[in-house]
Design a protein around this ligand. Structure first.
Ligand SMILES: C[S@@+](CC[C@H](N)C(=O)[O-])C[C@H]1O[C@@H](n2cnc3c(N)ncnc32)[C@H](O)[C@@H]1O
Length: 286
C-alpha cells in the first residue's frame, strides 16, 4: 500500500525519494548514457527503479544512489540505465527510410558488393533488433546473395539485454506483421513457441554488439548507411551534436544517415550532411 510522501519525498510511495535523490540519479544517467531527465520525469524514475530497490532489498533511494555511485556500482549502473531507457521499436518503423534505402541507396551498393566490394550498414541504438533485421530484409529483397558477399550490418545498443534479444532474433508473428510477409516468411523460421527466429542468412548479415553512443567506438571502417533513430531525442543538445559529428568521419562519401521523426541534425555536422528527404541526410562527397 502506498504511504504518504515521506519527509522531503517528491513522489508518493513506499520509498522516500527526495529531489536530491532524483538529481543524483539524473546526473549518473547523463554521465553514463547521455540521457537528460527533467524533474517532470520524477514519478517515472521512481516507478521504474522501485523494483530495483525491492530486488536489492534496499530501504531508501539514498542507499540506492550510494550503491550505484560506489566502486562496486558498475553492474547496477547498467541495470539502472536499462530500467530508465525506452526500448520501443518496430519492424519497418518509419517505412519511408526503408524505401529510400532500397530505391536510392542500395542500387549502387548492390553493384559494388557484386563486384567484390565491401558494404557496411550500422543500426546505432538497435533496441531488440527489429531495426537491423528490417535493414537486412530490405537488403535481401534486392541482393538475395548478400550473406555470401562482403556485406554486413552492425547493430549496437547500450543495453546488454537488447543486444542479447537481437542476437537471439526471436519475435512474435504480431511483431513481424509490419514487415513484408514475403520477406519475413522467407528469412525467419517458425520456432517451437509459435514465434519466428531469424534464419541463417539474417544471422550472418547482422552482428550485435554492446556500444554506448557517448562512449568509445572501436570501429575503424566506414559505413555506407547509418540508422540512428529515436535515441538522441533523449540526449541534451550538446550531446546530440557530438553524436552527429562523430558519425561524419565514419561515413563513406555519399553515405546516408537516417534519424528519428522528431530529431534533426544540428551543430558542425549540419554543414557536412545535406538533407536528402524526410529525416534523411547524405554526406557530401569530399
Ligand atoms: C526508443 S529505442 C529506438 C530503437 C530503434 N532505433 C528504433 O527507432 O526503433 C532507443 C534505444 O536507444 C538505446 N540507448 C539509449 N541510450 C543509449 C546510448 N547512450 N548509447 C546507445 N544506445 C542507447 C536504448 O537502450 C534503446 O534500445
Amino acid at each position: 500500500m502506498s504511504a504518504a510522501p515521506g519527509r522531503g519525498s517528491i513522489v508518493e510511495g513506499e520509498f522516500v525519494f527526495t529531489a536530491d535523490d532524483f538529481r543524483q540519479i539524473a546526473e549518473m544517467l547523463h554521465a553514463h548514457a547521455g540521457i537528460a531527465l527533467n524533474e517532470g520525469k520524477a514519478a517515472l524514475v521512481y516507478s521504474r527503479l522501485a523494483k530495483r530497490l525491492r530486488t536489492l532489498g534496499l530501504s531508501s533511494f539514498r542507499d540506492y544512489c550510494a550503491l550505484v555511485e560506489g566502486a562496486d556500482g558498475i553492474d547496477e549502473r547498467q541495470k539502472m540505465t536499462a530500467a530508465l531507457t525506452t526500448n520501443v521499436t518496430r519492424f519497418y518503423r518509419e517505412p519511408h527510410h526503408f524505401d529510400d534505402l532500397r530505391d536510392r541507396v542500395l542500387p549502387k551498393l548492390v553493384e559494388r558488393a557484386r563486384a567484390g566490394g565491401r558494404v557496411r550498414l550500422w543500426s546505432a541504438a538497435c533496441s531488440n533488433g527489429q531495426e537491423p533485421y528490417s535493414m537486412a530484409l530490405t537488403l535481401l529483397s534486392v541482393l538475395p546473395e548478400a550473406a555470401d558477399l562482403d556485406v554486413r550490418i552492425l547493430a549496437t545498443d547500450i543495453d546488454p539485454n537488447m543486444v542479447a534479444q537481437g542476437h537471439d532474433g526471436t519475435y512474435s508473428e504480431e511483431a513481424l506483421e509490419p514487415a513484408p510477409a514475403t520477406l519475413w516468411r522467407k528469412y525467419f523460421n517458425r520456432s517451437d513457441r509459435g514465434s519466428w527466429t531469424a534464419g541463417p542468412q539474417l544471422k550472418r548479415l547482422v552482428s550485435f554488439k554492446e556500444l554506448n553512443l557517448i562512449g568509445d567506438w572501436p570501429m575503424k571502417g566506414k559505413f555506407d548507411a547509418i540508422f540512428c533513430r529515436n535515441v538522441v531525442i533523449y540526449f541534451d543538445d550538446p550531446t546530440q551534436e557530438r553524436v552527429w559529428s562523430r558519425f561524419v568521419p565514419l561515413m563513406q562519401p555519399g553515405a546516408t544517415l537516417y534519424i528519428g521523426h522528431s530529431e534533426r541534425v544540428a551543430g558542425p555536422a549540419a554543414n557536412k550532411l545535406q538533407t536528402a528527404g524526410l529525416t534523411t541526410y547524405r554526406l557530401g562527397a569530399t
